[in-house]
Design a protein around this ligand. Structure first.
Ligand SMILES: Cc1ncc(C[n+]2csc(CCOP(=O)(O)OP(=O)(O)O)c2C)c(N)n1
Ligand code: SF4
Ligand SMILES: [Mg+2]
Length: 347
């Protein structure tokens, strides 16, 4: 008698979705591009957390990095803004609908060159979002010119030397008031996935600089953004485990080496300190630590600064709790008598 074998049903997460539900279109980026790995890590984080894809909006600018939202979370909302203008589109959408989850995706050219002003104001306003820069030190899409994050003295593929000082987006983000600041590497799944998860739960401006080598134009000897250079100069200050409010704390590290950082919503970050001198709540010390290591050619990664009790743009502006599209005409239009009174108060 023939035996019948049944394939087990695919694994689902807490909202009943499979990992396939978090995928996007087939990538058109170069094979081996760091940006592809970041898309995979975003899929991992969203699937494992059970985020409903329809609740996510992932605006981006222009560049290979900004194309990447087409390659993950195809059921989420997307918007390709003008080059460098993602932050203002994200800010406007966030003001109109505070209930969505905002994941801004940008490149180092998009955010540190043409979009530097937008980057700065979005962070200083405390927009509740996760802002990821896929940082390769070049304009990949337009064939590899140095971007503003390229280190002084680093070499382009054909040997030209960059003589300009580089912009450190992590140091800028801290100075500008971002309340969650991290740096990671596209090739470090163990570090990057929990950072993305913790950033998604953070109720304020979360910035993640992800070193993401461009295999076509910036992966040679003399580059400080190549896979080999980043691997050899990575100074990780901590490792994270992200624990949602629903799960009990279970960490198998040595006692005393782990700090539990509780976030506003009750979720927790178990932080394994690799450098005992590093304090993620001390912004001044963190900035001096970063500058010290940068001067020695090292790249500091990990969760670098967090304010566990952040506030955001909606709080500063005292906006209504509900998304604007859910308000009825009565709430949106209080009537001519109210308008008269308001106008009179301005005379
Ligand atoms: C207003 C405007 N200026 C210039 C360009 C040309 N341009 C397209 S992408 C890009 C740079 C992209 O670099 P980055 O953001 O680092 O993305 P990557 O391709 O490296 O991921 C530039 C200069 C443009 N599209 N629009
Ligand atoms: S050109 Fe560079 S950044 Fe663009 S897809 Fe290729 S490897 Fe990635
Ligand atoms: Mg780039």
């Amino acid at each position: 008698m023939a035996t019948t074998t049944s394939t087990p049903p695919p694994k689902t997460n807490r909202v009943g979705l499979t990992v396939v539900d978090y995928r996007g279109g087939k990538t058109t980026l170069c094979a081996g591009c760091g940006h592809n790995a970041i898309s995979e890590r975003i899929i991992d984080a969203m699937y494992e957390m059970g985020v409903p894809p329809e609740r996510v909006i992932k605006p981006s600018g222009i560049g290979c990095s900004s194309k990447s939202p087409a390659y993950f979370m195809g059921r989420s909302h997307s918007f390709n803004a003008v080059h460098g203008r993602m932050p203002s589109v994200l800010t406007g959408a966030n003001l109109a609908n505070r209930d969505l989850i905002y994941l801004g995706v940008s490149g180092d050219g998009d955010s540190a060159s043409i979009g530097l002003g937008q980057f700065a104001h979005c962070l200083r306003r405390g927009v509740n979002m996760v802002y990821i820069v896929e940082n390769n030190g070049v304009y990949g899409l337009t064939k590899g010119q140095f971007s503003a994050t390229a280190d002084r003295g680093s070499k382009a593929k054909r040997g030209a030397v960059n003589n300009d000082s580089s912009i450190d987006l992590v140091a800028m983000a801290m100075q500008l008031g971002a309340t969650f600041v991290a740096r990671s590497f596209s090739g470090d799944k163990e570090q990057l996935v929990p950072i993305i998860k913790a950033a998604l739960e953070h109720k304020g401006a979360a910035f993640i600089d992800v070193l993401s080598p461009c295999v076509a134009f910036n992966n040679h000897l003399g580059s400080t953004k190549s896979f080999d250079f980043v691997r050899m100069h990575n100074e990780a200050v901590n490792r994270l485990d992200f624990i949602t409010g629903r799960e009990p704390i279970k960490v198998d590290y040595e006692p005393g080496t782990v700090e539990i950082v509780e976030q506003h919503d009750g979720s927790k970050i178990a932080l394994k300190k690799l450098n005992s001198d590093y304090n993620i709540h001390d912004k001044l010390a963190a900035m001096s630590f970063l500058l010290h290591y940068a001067a020695e050619g090292q790249i500091v990664t990990g969760l670098l600064y967090v304010d566990s009790d952040p506030d955001d743009l909606h709080y500063h502006l005292a906006t209504v709790d509900a998304p604007l599209n859910s308000l009825a005409e009565k709430e949106l239009c209080p009537g001519s008598a109210t308008l008269e009174r308001f106008n009179a108060s301005l005379r």
